[in-house]
Write a new protein. Sequence first.
Length: 275
Amino acid sequence: MVQTQQPNRPGNRAMDALRPVAIELNPLKWAEGSVMIEFGDTRVLVAASVEARVPPWRRDSGAGWMTAEYSMLPRSTSTRNQREVSRGKVSGRTAEIQRLIGRSMRAAVDLKLMPDRTLMIDCDVIQADGGTRTASITGAYVATALALARLLLRGDIKSWPLTEQVAAVSVGIVDGQPVLDLEYVEDQGAEVDMNVVATASQQLIEIQGTAEGATFSRSELDRLVDLALAGIDQLAVLQRQVLEPTMAEVKAVLSRGNRKPAEPKDEAELWGRPK
């Protein structure tokens, strides 16, 4: 792909800059964990709900389960979209995104440490301006951590199931240049559009990439992945910041649980010898 002049990005963002990202904790009263996550004008409400059951095929396995649902409000876009429930079926795009979110989060959780429970992630797009699936995944990690912390703090689980920190971001090639975190207008005109899911330790979970009207080289692929991983590193820092108070409580509980039981004392020593 031929390199051309540097594109003029909305808001004059640098090629390697994320949009402003904000994560609000627990906007929902009843969910075990919830967040409102914003990437620029994209806003997604994510809820993590715990159910004391697993799918029939998962019973007697000694492990829990985790899955996701995704939907867009009718006016989350510039023109109204019909609700999928009104059409009587889930679109192929929705089904694919739901599976992506579920796969991404299962890569971060040891399901054996939450036996006989299902963690359901609901991602509802309030406003869409590009990157709704990657915002959903980044928010889902935080909502999951909040939900699991609640289970641990009330004694429903004994160990900490989260094994990885997960985030996701979009990258693409616009006017011949690799760019990070595409807005909708950029996504529409991109020669290459890609979504990358990875851990905070830079381990890849999934890459979805498509060229439009042209091909792209292996070196361009590598540049896009490097750009995405740099963005995911920034998102991981934000996730840790908003979860810091919660994780401090989790560590305190785990620390108490790991203490060795005190040696039993002789009753005479406990109460003192009679005088």
